[in-house]
Write a protein that binds this ligand. Structure first.
Ligand code: PGA
Length: 259
């Protein structure tokens, strides 16, 4: 059971230290689930100091696939490992430029426009460096309405998993329409799509060492119903992971179900 918090572009260093410290204080030190927080790069040091010696692990929100070089603004896996990072989110829909519900034009929203090919490079670079990538996949509202959910996810998976791997990774089913909207996916449907992802990833010939988690408007109220489903092996939490009490409750639910 993996409970991961994606802090996105929130928390200065001082705020990250406080938030991570409060999460550490309010979770059981020996819970059964694996807990990860993903702060912004510049707050990583502060978060690392706060979680040192606790069960909380660190992850990054993205990375670049080269080890070093003239790539202005980018951060390599090696730089993340130096902070003790164990995980790295790759292919989040906000980086792919796939925004669920917005009135803004697509060209303005496609800030980073990461393609499947870019995500695939990041995925294999993370694995190669010894990080555990959390690969985000999921359909937009329009794609769901057109009954293309499986097709879209299959394409995203095929691109990233093409190289095959024996190392551990995580796939997060993050329907774009559910992210930051409060419109959480129905647990039965999340379970169905997570099961589809598991089968598809196995067919791609990857290692058995992977988990499929759900992300999108998860909070302390809806986490149990999601985590109790057989194919949902964890959650990737955005907004609710910035509230220490809320996130700690989700961790406690994860611990209970993982027992
Ligand atoms: P949310 O974000 O929980 O705020 O919907 C989830 C995510 O983007 O990973």
């Amino acid at each position: 059971m993996l409970i991961a918090g994606n802090w996105k572009m929130h928390t200065t260093s001082a705020e990250a230290f406080t938030l991570a410290s409060r999460i550490c204080e309010s979770v059981h030190s020996d819970g059964a689930s694996e807990v990860v927080v993903c702060p912004p790069f510049v707050s990583m040091r502060a978060a690392a100091d706060a979680v040192a010696g606790s069960r909380i692990l660190l992850g990054a929100q993205t990375m670049f696939w080269e080890t070093q070089g003239a790539f202005t603004g980018e951060v390599s896996a090696g730089m993340l490992l130096e902070f003790g990072c164990r995980f790295c989110i790759v292919g989040h829909s906000e980086r792919r430029g796939r925004f669920g519900k917005s009135d803004l034009p697509a060209n303005l929203l496609a800030y980073f426009s990461e393609t499947d090919a870019v995500v695939a490079r990041k995925f294999s670079a993370a694995l190669g460096a010894g990080l555990i990538p959390i690969l985000c996949v999921g359909e937009t509202e329009k794609e769901r309405a057109e009954h293309r959910t499986e097709q879209v996810i299959q394409t995203q998976l095929n691109a990233a998993l093409c190289a095959g791997t024996d190392a551990r990774f995580v796939i997060a089913y993050e329907p774009v329409w559910a992210i930051g909207t409060g419109d959480v996916c129905e647990p039965d449907e999340a379970d169905r799509v997570c099961a589809f992802i598991r089968t598809a990833a196995k067919k791609a010939g990857t290692s058995e060492q992977f988990q499929v988690v759900y992300g999108g408007s998860v909070n302390a109220e809806n986490a149990r119903a999601l985590l109790e489903r057989e194919s949902v092996e964890g959650v990737l939490v955005g907004g609710a992971s910035l509230e220490p009490d809320e996130f700690s409750k989700i961790i406690a639910i994860g611990d209970e179900i993982a027992k």
